[in-house]
Design a protein around this ligand. Structure first.
Ligand code: HEC
Ligand code: HEC
Ligand code: HEC
Ligand code: HEC
Ligand code: HEC
Ligand code: HEC
Length: 613
C-alpha cells in the first residue's frame, strides 16, 4: 500500500516531466516567443515569478535550520538539518534551471563570472546563487559519499562543515534580501502596497518564516509518502518561533505601510487591496492565529495545514511583488501559456524526484529505531521482490513519461515545432483625434503597428510647453529637403531597425555611372558602407539637431532604430528627467501607464471613427 502511494506520486511526476521535456526542446530550438506569452511589456512572467522565487523560497529552510543548530546550538533539530540542506540545494538548482529557460540567451549565463558590473543588482544576485549553490553542494556531498568508496572525501569535507555552514548562512541572508532589492529598481511597476524601501528586510524576515514552514511541510510530506514515523514533537517546537516571526513580519509590513502613508490604499477595496489582504491572511495572520490558539499542539494534520498556508502565502508574496501587483499599473496583459505552466511544474517535479531519490538511497533522514527484526524471508523470495519492485516502477514511470511527451508534441503550436519566423511589423503614421473629455483638445493617436497598444500623445500641448521653435527636440532628423518629417517615415518597423539608404535612388540622383566615384572614391577598396563617403557629408541638412536625441556620429550608417525604441528614447528620456526634477520618489510621468492606457478601453473601430487622416 505504501509502495503504491510512492509509485503513484512518481508516476505523476514523470508524466509532467515528459510533457516538460518536449516543451523544453521547443523553447530552446524555436525560441521563447513560440511557447510563452511573454512580451516586451512583460518580459518576466511565471518562470521568474514562480520558478526562481519559489526555488529560493524552498531553499530558505536550509539556512534557517543551519542557524538554529550551529548558531543557536539547538542540537535537537539536527535530524531535520540534512533534508533541509538537500531541499535548499535542489531549490537552488531549480532556480538555475528556471533561469536558463527564461534567459533570452541562456548560453551567456556564465558571463557575470568574468564581466563584473558592480552597479547591477542582478550581478550580486548571480554571484549569490553561484556561491551558495556550491556551498550547499559541499555541505550535502558527505551524505551520498558516506557509505561509498569515497568516504575519505566525506570525512575530509565534514571537517569544514562549520565554516561552510556559516558561509552558507551569510550568503543566503545576502541573497534572500537582495532578491528584495531587485524590485527596488522597478518602482514604476510594483504596486505601492508591495513596493517599499525596506523590501530587502521584508524578504529576509519572510524567508525565515518560510524556512521554518518549509522544513515542517517537507517532513510531514515524506512521512505521509513513506509511512515513516513523523517527527511531530520536533516540528511542534518549531511552531512558536514560527508564530513570532510571522507576527514580526506582519508588524513590520503594517508599520511600514502606515509610515509611508499608503495604508489607506489597503482599505479602498480595489483588486490589489483584496489581493493584499488575501496574501497577508494566508501567509501570516491565519497561521499565526492558528498556532497561538493551540491548534498546532496536537501535531498531525494541523501542522501540515499551518506550514502549507505559510508556504503558499509567501510564494504568493514573491509572485505578487514580481508581477501580479503591477498588472493594472503597468497596463500589463499577461497570462502564462500552458507551456509555461507545465514547465514550471516540470522543474518542481524534477526537484521532487531528485529529493525522493536521495531520501530512498541515502541517510537523509535519520534511520528509524528498527522495530524488532522481522522474521527473515526465504532468500529466493527476497531477491525476487527486490528485483521486480523497482523495475515495475521504472516501467510505469517511463511509459507515463512517453505519454506525456507525445501529448505535448501533439498540442504544441506549429511555430514551436517548425521554428518561428521573423515577422515584419511595418508601422504607419499617427492620426489626429479629439480628446474624450470634450475639451476639444486634439491628440495624436500613436499606434505604429496598429496593434491597438496605442498612445494618446498631446502633441500640441508639448509644443506649447516647449516653445514653437523646439520642434527639433523630437524631430531630430528629416528627409532631404523636408522639415518635421514624421518619425514613422524613417523608423519604419515597430521592433527592428531600418536601413535608410537606397542604392539605386542614389545612383539615379547622382548621374548614373558618372556619380559612382562620389561615394566609392578609392576603387581599390571594397564597396562597403564603411568605405563609402559618409552620409553626413551630403546630408548635413537631414540632421535637425535637438539635444534629446544625440547627433549621429560622422561614420553613422543611418540605421534608424525600431519605432518603439525611437518613441521610448524620446519620450522616456524627458519624462524621467521631469520626474527627477519634480522629486518624485515613484515615477509618475515615466510610468508605463502614463502613455499606455489600458488597451481594452479602445475599440479599434471607435478610434478610427474619430480620425482625420
Ligand atoms: C512617455 C511615454 C511612454 C512611456 C512612459 C512608456 N512608453 Fe511604451 N511606447 C510609447 C510610444 C509613443 C510607443 C509607440 C506606440 C505604438 O507604436 O503603438 C510605445 C510603444 C511601446 C511598445 C510596443 C507597442 C506595440 O504595439 O507593440 C511596448 C511593448 C511598450 N511601449 C512598453 C512600455 C513599457 C513596458 C513601459 C514602462 C516601462 C513603457 N512602454 C513606457 C510611449 C511610452
Ligand atoms: C515632444 C516631441 C515632439 C515635439 C516637441 C514636436 N513633435 Fe511633431 N511629432 C512628434 C511625434 C512623436 C509625432 C508622431 C510621429 C509619427 O506618427 O510617426 C509627431 C508628428 C508630427 C507631425 C505629423 C502628424 C500630425 O498630423 O500632426 C507634424 C506635422 C509635426 N509633428 C510637426 C511638429 C512641429 C512643427 C513641431 C514644432 C512646433 C513639432 N512637431 C514638435 C513629436 C514631437
Ligand atoms: C530622416 C529619418 C528620421 C526621422 C524622420 C526620425 N529619425 Fe530618429 N533616427 C534616425 C536615424 C538614422 C537614427 C540613428 C542615428 C545614429 O546612427 O546615431 C535615429 C535615432 C533616433 C533615436 C536614438 C535611438 C537610440 O536608441 O539610439 C531616437 C530616440 C529617435 N531617433 C527618435 C525619433 C523621433 C521621436 C522621431 C520623430 C519625432 C524621429 N526619430 C524621426 C532617423 C530618423
Ligand atoms: C551615395 C553614395 C553611393 C553612390 C553614388 C554609389 N554607391 Fe555603391 N555603395 C554605397 C554604399 C553606402 C554601399 C554599401 C551598401 C550597404 O552596405 O548596404 C555601396 C555598395 C556598393 C556595392 C556592393 C553592393 C553589395 O551588394 O555588396 C557595389 C558593387 C557598388 N556599391 C557599386 C556602385 C556603382 C557601380 C556605383 C555607380 C553606378 C555606385 N556604387 C554608386 C554608396 C554609393
Ligand atoms: C555624394 C552625396 C551623397 C551621399 C554620400 C549620400 N547621399 Fe543620400 N542623397 C543624395 C542625393 C543627391 C539625394 C537625392 C536628392 C535629394 O532628395 O536631396 C539623396 C537622397 C537620399 C534620401 C531620400 C531618398 C531616398 O532614397 O529615400 C535618403 C533617405 C538618403 N539620401 C539617405 C542617405 C544615406 C543613409 C546615406 C549614407 C549611407 C546617404 N544618403 C549618402 C546624396 C548623397
Ligand atoms: C522634452 C520633454 C518631453 C518630451 C520629449 C515628451 N514629454 Fe510628454 N510630457 C512632458 C511634461 C513636462 C509633461 C507634464 C505636463 C503636465 O504636467 O501637464 C508631459 C505630459 C505627457 C502626457 C500627459 C500625462 C498626463 O497624465 O497628463 C503624455 C500622455 C505624454 N506626455 C506623452 C508623451 C509622449 C508619447 C512623448 C514622446 C512622443 C512625450 N510625452 C515626450 C515632457 C515631455
Amino acid at each position: 500500500m505504501r509502495n503504491r502511494r510512492v509509485r503513484k506520486v512518481k508516476g505523476v511526476l514523470w508524466f509532467v516531466l515528459g510533457v516538460t521535456f518536449v516543451v523544453a526542446c521547443a523553447r530552446f530550438f524555436s525560441g521563447l516567443g513560440t511557447v510563452t506569452d511573454l512580451t516586451d511589456r512583460t518580459p518576466w512572467g511565471l518562470w521568474i515569478g514562480f520558478d526562481v522565487m519559489a526555488g529560493v523560497a524552498l531553499a530558505a529552510g536550509g539556512f534557517v535550520l543551519a542557524a538554529l543548530v550551529y548558531c543557536f546550538r539547538q542540537e535537537k533539530f539536527r535530524p531535520l538539518l540534512r533534508p533541509a540542506i538537500l531541499t535548499a540545494f535542489l531549490g537552488y538548482v531549480a532556480v538555475a534551471v528556471g533561469l536558463l529557460f527564461d534567459l533570452g540567451r541562456p548560453w551567456n549565463i556564465w558571463r557575470p563570472m568574468f564581466f563584473w558590473q558592480h552597479h547591477s543588482v542582478l550581478f550580486e544576485v548571480a554571484w549569490c546563487v553561484m556561491l551558495y549553490t556550491t556551498v550547499l553542494a559541499l555541505e550535502f556531498l558527505p551524505v551520498p559519499l558516506e557509505g561509498s568508496r569515497f568516504h575519505g572525501v566525506a570525512r575530509f569535507l565534514k571537517r569544514f562543515s562549520l565554516p561552510l555552514v556559516i558561509l552558507g548562512i551569510m550568503l543566503s541572508t545576502l541573497h534572500q534580501s537582495s532578491l528584495g532589492s531587485l524590485f527596488l529598481i522597478t518602482p514604476g511597476r510594483v504596486h505601492p502596497l508591495w513596493y517599499s524601501p525596506i523590501l530587502p528586510l521584508l524578504f529576509f524576515v519572510s524567508a525565515v518564516g518560510l524556512g521554518l514552514a518549509m522544513v515542517t511541510f517537507e517532513s510531514r510530506a515524506t512521512s505521509w509518502l513513506y509511512g515513516k514515523k513523523s517527527e511531530d514533537p520536533l516540528l511542534i517546537s518549531l511552531m512558536r518561533p514560527l508564530a513570532v516571526v510571522l507576527l514580526l513580519y506582519a508588524g513590520i509590513r503594517f508599520v511600514d505601510l502606515a509610515a509611508r502613508g499608503v495604508l489607506p490604499l489597503a482599505f479602498e477595496w480595489t483588486w490589489e487591496s483584496t489581493l493584499f489582504w488575501f496574501e497577508m491572511v494566508v501567509s501570516a495572520l491565519l497561521p499565526a492565529a492558528l498556532i497561538l490558539s493551540g491548534a498546532a499542539k496536537k501535531g498531525g494534520r494541523a501542522l501540515s495545514w499551518i506550514a502549507g498556508l505559510v508556504v503558499v502565502g509567501f510564494v504568493l508574496h514573491r509572485i505578487d511583488t514580481a508581477g501580479i501587483s503591477g498588472i493594472t499599473r503597468a497596463g500589463v496583459r499577461y497570462f502564462p501559456s500552458w507551456e509555461e505552466i507545465v514547465t514550471s511544474m516540470g522543474v518542481v517535479s524534477a526537484a521532487i524526484l531528485a529529493f525522493l531519490f536521495f531520501v530512498e538511497r541515502y541517510r537523509v533522514y535519520p534511520p528509524e529505531e528498527e522495530p524488532a527484526e522481522p522474521a527473515p524471508l526465504p532468500p529466493v523470495r527476497v531477491r525476487y521482490r527486490q528485483f521486480t519492485a523497482p523495475l515495475a516502477t521504472a516501467r510505469s514511470s517511463s511509459l507515463l513519461f512517453v505519454i506525456g511527451a507525445a501529448l505535448a508534441f501533439a498540442l504544441l503550436p506549429s511555430g514551436a515545432v517548425f521554428g518561428a519566423r521573423l515577422v515584419e511589423t511595418p508601422v504607419r503614421g499617427s492620426r489626429r483625434v479629439l480628446a474624450r473629455d470634450g475639451s476639444g483638445q486634439e491628440l495624436l493617436l500613436v499606434d505604429g503597428n496598429r496593434a491597438n497598444e496605442l498612445t494618446l500623445f498631446p502633441h500640441d500641448e508639448h509644443v506649447k510647453r516647449l516653445g514653437e521653435k523646439a520642434c527639433a527636440i523630437c524631430h531630430h532628423m528629416n528627409r532631404p529637403g523636408d522639415r518635421e518629417t514624421s518619425c514613422y517615415e524613417c523608423h519604419r518597423d515597430e521592433y527592428v531597425a531600418t536601413d535608410l539608404f537606397r542604392h539605386e535612388d542614389h545612383v539615379r540622383a547622382l548621374g548614373g555611372n558618372a556619380g559612382c566615384a562620389k561615394c566609392h572614391a578609392d576603387p581599390s577598396l571594397a564597396k562597403s558602407r564603411g568605405n563609402a563617403t559618409s552620409c553626413l557629408e551630403c546630408h548635413e541638412d537631414m540632421v535637425a539637431g535637438g539635444d534629446l536625441v544625440p547627433k549621429p556620429a560622422a561614420d553613422s550608417a543611418f540605421f534608424a532604430p525600431s519605432y518603439m525604441q525611437a518613441m521610448h528614447g524620446t519620450c522616456m528620456a524627458c519624462h524621467e528627467a521631469e520626474d527627477e526634477k519634480n522629486g518624485e520618489a515613484v515615477p509618475k510621468l515615466a510610468l508605463c501607464g502614463t502613455c499606455h492606457p489600458d488597451p481594452r478601453d479602445f475599440e479599434p473601430t471607435a478610434a478610427r471613427g474619430r480620425t482625420q487622416e
